[in-house]
Design a protein around this ligand. Structure first.
Ligand SMILES: *[C@@H]1O[C@H](CO)[C@@H](O)[C@H](O)[C@H]1NC(C)=O
Length: 384
């Protein structure tokens, strides 16, 4: 009997090794394929992509801007200058344009954050800046101070949720008592020299439309001061809306004037800037209510239309003089006594106060403040 070429043991070894070989090959091949795939996808990722065709250039950035508000401040309409030419000269750098709020007391902080937060919600491309006393950042050793804790919580919210830039400010007179609200001034707006133009709105109020204000900020000429006029006669400036070009010279000048004697910010600005040169031009304000004061709703006549009013108004300052402000819980009968008689105007008025209350809860997590009606109806110290 011829000897078999392979013993059964050898056969099984051979079989096993060929199985191992086949599996190794399969493993190798699949590994190779995988690797090639990875290399291809890596190459695809590294390879510069063909740029998508750009959308047609838009003359105005961002799209929320409203051309009808695009009027240079202080300037006369120049007949030979088309809008396009005017735009071409403007280099819009939104990092150099901003809205700034100045808070001096803890109770003002929420309203300032609400306004800046609403600018964020309405997608304003400008920077949002909050000036507040530097002393609020000092470590307290008097123990637990609930007011300061709320303030610190709100400052964190301002940064995290609304991208607000925090700017601690010094007292306007060097060495003044940093715990007194009266030691701080709107003149600190002039210290923000990294910005080309700044809008300050006097609070508290409700923002209805950011695009009108954005356009005012974007298309205005830089001037030391362009203030909202106190009256239609344009004899005085008010602090309801300030459009300023910060500069260290004006900041020093205002500090010097303020150091000469105690005065309100309104008096400081009236003394330091002449009218009508330092007023926003009539032309800039001719397209609607950039600023509206809530007590004016009481003068509404028949035919007042709430829809049209809301569309034509950018900002309503809630400034009814009989009550301390929309942050306070005013008893029903006191509200009834001061609300507008005209049905449409009353609906607007009540909606604004109610929306303020809701936004305060949403943004700051705060209820209305308790208000005890003063026995003697002293008018609210009002600067506008
Ligand atoms: C207000 O104006 C709008 C738009 O013009 C119109 O649709 C609405 O009916 C008006 N409302 C009243 C009460 O007249």
């Amino acid at each position: 009997m011829p000897k078999p070429l392979l013993t059964s043991g050898q056969v099984s070894i051979l079989l096993t090794s060929s199985i191992v070989f086949v599996f190794t090959l399969v493993l190798f091949l699949s590994g190779y394929v995988l690797q090639q795939k990875t290399v291809h996808s890596l190459q695809a990722a590294i390879k510069p992509r063909l740029p998508k065709p750009l959308p047609a250039p838009k003359p105005i950035q961002p799209p929320t801007l409203d051309v009808k508000w695009a009027r240079p401040v202080g300037g006369r309409p120049e007949v030979d200058e088309t809008f396009e030419q005017y735009m071409a000269e403007q280099t819009l750098n939104w990092n150099r344009l901003g809205y700034a709020q100045v808070v001096r007391e803890h109770v003002e902080l929420c309203s300032a954050i609400m306004l800046l937060g609403d600018l964020h919600r309405l997608k304003s491309p400008a920077k949002r800046i909050l000036l507040f006393p530097r002393s609020w950042l000092k470590e307290e050793d008097e123990g637990w101070n609930p007011e300061l804790m709320t303030t610190r919580r709100l400052l964190r919210t301002a940064v995290r949720r609304y991208g607000i830039v925090l700017m601690p400010m010094e007292t306007i007179i060097d060495g003044a008592d940093d715990s007194l609200p009266s030691s701080y001034s709107l003149a600190s707006l002039y210290s923000l020299t990294e910005y080309e133009r700044i809008i300050h709105l006097q609070g508290p109020g409700m923002l209805l439309d950011a695009s009108a204000l954005d356009s005012l900020l974007a298309f205005s000429k830089s001037e030391p001061m362009a203030a909202y006029p106190a009256t239609p006669e344009r004899k005085d400036l008010s602090t309801s809306l300030l459009l300023v070009h910060p500069s260290i010279e004006d900041f020093r000048r205002l500090k010097d004037v303020r150091a000469s004697k105690p005065m309100t910010d309104l008096d400081l600005f009236r003394q330091s800037f002449s009218v009508p040169e330092s007023l926003i031009s009539k032309w800039s304000l001719s397209m609607g209510n950039v600023i509206y004061e809530s007590p004016s709703l009481r003068d509404a006549i028949d035919g007042f239309n709430a829809t049209i009013f809301e569309e034509a108004t950018a900002y309503v300052r809630l400034s009814d003089p009989e009550i301390p402000g929309p942050e306070y819980d005013v008893p029903y009968y006191d509200r009834v006594a001061i609300r507008p008689n005209n049905n449409e105007a009353r609906a607007v008025w009540e909606k604004l106060y109610e929306r303020f209350r809701q936004r305060r809860m949403e943004i700051c997590g705060l209820d209305l403040e308790v208000w005890t009606k003063p026995m003697l109806q002293a008018g609210r110290t009002d600067e506008a």
